[in-house]
Design a protein around this ligand. Structure first.
Ligand SMILES: [Zn+2]
Length: 382
């Protein structure tokens, strides 16, 4: 099968983040095993989803993990000109959900397998394909743990094929989404002096978050990123019933995106301490006042690969670029970095097309990626 045929097959599985991915992962497993390579599944507790990993080449230290995710974002509410789950070719463009983000890269990995499985490798190449990336990189940690448990030898590098137009990406911010709920009291607005408005209290918390961002931006900067500091942003707020009713309940959702010098947990610790302070204060008047913080997914760590790390030179060599860049989106690269692999993002297709209607990749990007991976095989062969 050529790379386009493989991609056509992969996009025909409409697996959204959160959905069971067993159909696509078993298809990939059968494909890999048809080349005599043993693939290992890493199922979730309910056995409704699974990640997959395999190793091609000798059982020695070193080598690279090629990582991708099998889930995609929804198409609901988007106006597509073609069926999002059928690969449609128009000129050099290939349209489908996931064509760029990031089944294109998985298709390239699978397309080189006939060459890879016969190569005289002196250093191993691993595949690692996950699920539920699009809803908070939920499976990567378990997948990485399982790779470490399965193979006593340690891979050194990871290339995560998020769409980067095949340009090496060495940095991304860490990210976490949070929901904060505030329970105050209800009553007539004329009696606000003896009630606790959850909106008023939420506003204090939101202002605290905004001030925190200002402090962070003055304290630490990393010029590789735009903006060069950590950010905190409240994106949604729900609360209140009417102008003349004290709002008993308010909730708001916010995100924190950190440069590698800041840590998400430290920011949370400071915010949670402030919430506790407010609770202690308000409960003197109204004992059932409550603030509840819920992380909407586990924090996704930052990617912080140094310009001088070997993986940068290796990736530049195989993709034919001498540059590097940083990105703003979340990806499993942060988890591979945190697990000790020199990690880089470099994949076909553009992030401009990801998550949108009429998502596409190009034949040129796919072919270039296949060439890049074939050069990697040469690098790792006798
Ligand atoms: Zn992605």
């Amino acid at each position: 099968m050529g790379v386009e045929d493989i991609l056509a097959k992969l996009v025909s599985f409409p697996v959204l983040g959160g959905d069971s991915n067993l159909n696509i992962i078993y298809w990939i497993k059968n494909y890999i095993e048809s080349y005599g390579v043993k693939a290992t599944l890493v199922p979730n507790k309910e056995e409704t989803k699974a990640s997959l990993h395999c190793r091609i080449g000798p059982a020695v230290d070193g080598g690279v993990i090629l990582s991708g995710h099998t889930d995609v974002v929804p198409v609901k509410g988007q106006s597509w000109d073609t069926d999002p789950f059928t690969l449609v070719k128009k000129g050099s463009k290939l349209f489908a959900r996931g064509s760029a983000d990031m089944k294109g890269y998985i298709a390239c990995c699978l397309a080189i397998l006939p060459t890879l499985s016969k190569a005289d490798l002196n250093t191993p190449i691993y595949f690692a394909f996950s699920y539920d990336e699009e809803i908070g990189c939920l499976a990567a940690e378990e997948l990485i743990e399982n790779i470490k448990k399965t193979y006593p030898e340690n891979a050194k590098y990871a290339i995560i094929g998020e769409p980067s137009s095949l340009e090496p990406v060495i940095g991304k911010k860490g990210v976490c989404y949070v929901q904060t709920e505030v329970n105050g009291s209800a009553g007539h607005s004329s009696g606000i002096h003896k009630e606790i408005s959850s909106i008023h209290e939420s506003t204090r918390l939101i202002m605290w978050l905004e001030n925190k961002m200002k402090q962070l931006s003055l304290a630490k900067q990393d010029q590789r990123f735009d903006p060069p500091h950590s950010t905190i942003h409240v994106g949604q707020i729900f609360g209140g019933v009417a102008t003349n009713i004290v709002a008993e309940y308010t909730r708001f959702k916010w995100d924190v995106r950190v440069i590698p010098k800041d840590t998400i947990q430290t920011i949370f610790d400071d915010f949670f301490a402030f919430c506790k302070e407010r609770e202690d204060e308000v409960r003197k008047l109204f004992p059932s006042f409550k603030i509840t913080n819920t992380l909407l997914h586990p924090p996704v760590p930052a990617l912080d690969t140094k310009e001088i790390d070997d993986i940068v030179a290796l990736t530049q060599k195989i993709c034919g670029k001498r540059t590097w860049k940083t990105v703003a989106y979340a990806a499993e690269a942060g988890q591979f970095h945190e697990a000790g692999y020199q990690s880089i993002i470099c994949g076909p297709g553009s992030i401009e097309q990801a998550h949108r209607a009429n998502e596409f990749t190009t034949k040129e990007q796919l072919n270039k990626c296949v060439e890049m991976l074939k050069k990697l095989i040469i690098e790792f062969s006798n």
